[in-house]
Design a protein around this ligand. Sequence first.
Ligand SMILES: C[S@@+](CC[C@H](N)C(=O)[O-])C[C@H]1O[C@@H](n2cnc3c(N)ncnc32)[C@H](O)[C@@H]1O
Length: 434
Amino acid sequence: MTKRLRIISPKRNRRLQTGWEGFFPYYAGYPELFARELLKSARLPHSAVVLDPWNGSGTTTYTATSLGLNSIGIDLNPVMIVVARARLLPPSEADHLRPLAATILSHAHSAPLPLQPDDALLGWFDPATAAFVRGIEQNIRRSLVGSMTKSPDGVHLDRISGTAATLYVALFAACRRLVAPFRSSNPTWLRAPKPYDTRIAASKAAIARDFGNNVRGMSAALAEKHEADQSQKRLPHPGDCKVSLSDTVTMDLAPGSVDFVLTSPPYCTRIDYTAATRIELAVLAPLLKTAERALGRQMIGSTQVPKGEIDVDEGWGETCLGFLAALRAHPSKASGGYYFRTHLDYFDKMNRSMQRLAVGLKAGGRAVLVVQDSYYKDIHNDLPTIITEIGAGHGLTLAQSKSFHLRSMSDVNPGRKTYVRPSGATESVLCFTK
Ligand SMILES: C[S@@+](CC[C@H](N)C(=O)[O-])C[C@H]1O[C@@H](n2cnc3c(N)ncnc32)[C@H](O)[C@@H]1O
């Protein structure tokens, strides 16, 4: 008889995001406390492997590592790979961060390098600002991204050192503050400037100060965390963690290699996970193999119309088929066209990912998925039931679940104001066994 899991609310909570945690805010993430309580209650042996196939800011991998469990985190967005790697930085490295940042800044000041005319940062910043930001980035890359990360086919961000990743996160935060004028009320959306928009200008001193402050803050928070952990004797030998830049639709997990899955799949509410990290992608551009648009198309929940035809699959279950039929028949503009096709793309990618996830999970293993429902205009998209039915098609049985009401929905779906529907959303924690 498997033990029941302890499920507390997975709702994001600013109060819980302080100290080291506060440096990794992600609108799409769940709190570390949620992951910690759940993983502890699973009573996994220390040899167990925990997988998060949609690892985002790395809450699962960070928590598993600190509990002494081995983990694998997958994400398709290179930014989230860097963030998840930074979060794993061992506290012993806290002291190195400030001197390293000082050296990087001094090189960026003393030896400015010419900026390439097509540098992605020029989409946001005026040439002087872009050149200084790129100078910092180049110096992080030159001093900390070494032969372990590079190979003939390019840079492997999933091998980047925790120190390099942390300095990148400090630079991301500085750039994010600079581009605040391009933020909208929707937390998931960072508007790209139009060619006629004035580019952002900031002095070298202001950029250096912000970057330096971020590094100082991270270093202090990491040292504080270490002290707190030591005083609470919460220091098991950290587990091994592999963070991998891959696509769950094509991922290749060895059959039966995973003991436990803890994850929150991409939302089905037209969240463009690449648009939300546009500025970070511009910072990382020299290290990337895939352009932003191509990456956006690959994402589950993409807002781009898929190339080629996708057939509705009976295996997606009756709730999904009913939802798709209602969506297609909806009288409003573009429902039967654009919206139908992007939803087909979502369910097709989710189904293929769930199939691969189920293969990777060992018999008797458990998979916990945090899933939110939503509305397309006045049609209920009961994603928790849809995922349950897709899971059943791949040999996953729902053994336990708990739902939480959210006051607001992470929703950029059309029709929010026009159609009558309940306010908020339901977030369900679905626990499957294989
Ligand atoms: C809801 S978020 C996960 C948040 C995470 N639980 C946390 O605490 O930060 C979903 C993640 O799935 C990723 N994603 C979307 N499509 C993907 C795909 N095809 N393969 C792998 N990751 C994908 C997105 O980049 C995003 O970070």
